[in-house]
Structure formats: C-alpha cells, structure tokens
Design a protein around this ligand. Structure first.
Ligand code: NI
Length: 174
C-alpha cells in the first residue's frame, strides 16, 4: 500500500510529467493505487498523492463492488464540458475536509489506458467532478485552491492546522 501525502506536501503542488512507459511496472502502480484508494474509502486517487509525479489517476465512483466501476486515466485531457453542479467535494490529501465547489455537470475526457491505447469517456455528476478534481492534482492544484470565499473561510483553521502538523512531522523525520 502507498502512503497518501497530505497537504501541504510540495509534491501536491507540482505539475506531473506525462507517462511514457506502458509496461508491467505501470500495471503494478495502478493496482497499488486502487488498493490504497479503497483502504481509505476514496473514489479517486492521483499519482502525485502517492509521491509519483506522473499524469495518471484511478477512479471508482460506482456503487458496486470493485472492479466493475474501476477507471484508469493516463495522460488525461478534457475534450468537452457541459452544465454546472455545485456540491461537496473532498480529497484523501485533506482527510475529513469538505467544501462546496462549482464544477461542470458533464465532462468528456480523452486518456490512455495501461496499454497506451487512447479512449474517450463521458461522466456526469460525481464522475464528472472526479475527472476534474483528479486532473487538477496532475496540474499541481488542490481542491481548496479556488474555493469561493465563504467556503474557504470554513476550512481556513483546519488548513492552518494541517500546515503546522506537516511542519512538525517534517522536522521530526529530518
Ligand atoms: Ni484529491
């Protein structure tokens, strides 16, 4: 299982590099990412969150048991967006924190699979939200970056606390 990096780890603020090696090692990383995501009851996990600065993420927004709704998006790009939704969003790098965030309601993505084959996929509601939340991670953005002020204010204290904890942890392990 991977360790999930917590805010404000600098890895979370870095733009990730494209995936170029499509081999057994990539499959292993993907499997380990799913395992880690399920352990922490997440619906999405991006490689930078586990310390790998590569453009890939895994998702399972389905109700069913894995692996029915498992998705792997490698080198993902947005093809089209439509509509709006405004609902709660969270992130495994910010345990227990949620904020309302405006996102498109329907999103079409283009990405490569673990064999390097390109495909297109459209998601609505939670899946559309997850596509873009995880894509933000690949671009060094986290979900608290562009919240509306009234939502940001609610999280401000917890974010400061997380920064203090990170500093403390960092001082100890150095
Ligand atoms: Ni996240």
């Amino acid at each position: 299982m991977f360790e999930i990096l917590k805010y404000p780890d600098p890895m979370l603020l870095k733009v990730a590099e494209p995936v170029t090696d499509f081999g057994p090692r990539l499959e292993q990383v993907v499997e380990e990412m799913f395992f880690t995501m399920y352990e922490f009851r997440g619906v999405g996990l991006a490689a930078p969150q586990v310390g790998i600065s590569k453009r890939l993420y895994v998702l399972n927004c389905g109700e069913g048991q894995p692996p029915e709704a498992e998705l792997v998006l490698i080198n993902p790009e947005v093809v089209a967006i439509e509509g709006e939704q405004y609902s709660d969003e969270g992130c495994l790098s910010f345990p227990g924190m949620f904020a309302k965030k405006l996102r498109p309601n329907k999103v079409t993505m283009r990405a490569q699979d673990t064999k390097g084959k390109w495909f297109e996929i459209t998601g609505e509601k939670l899946l559309a939200r997850a596509f873009l939340h995880e894509l933000d991670h690949l671009n060094g953005k986290v979900f608290v970056n562009d919240l509306e002020p009234q939502e940001y204010i609610k999280l401000r204290k917890e974010l400061e606390q997380m920064k203090r904890e990170y500093k403390r942890e960092h001082a100890r392990t150095r």
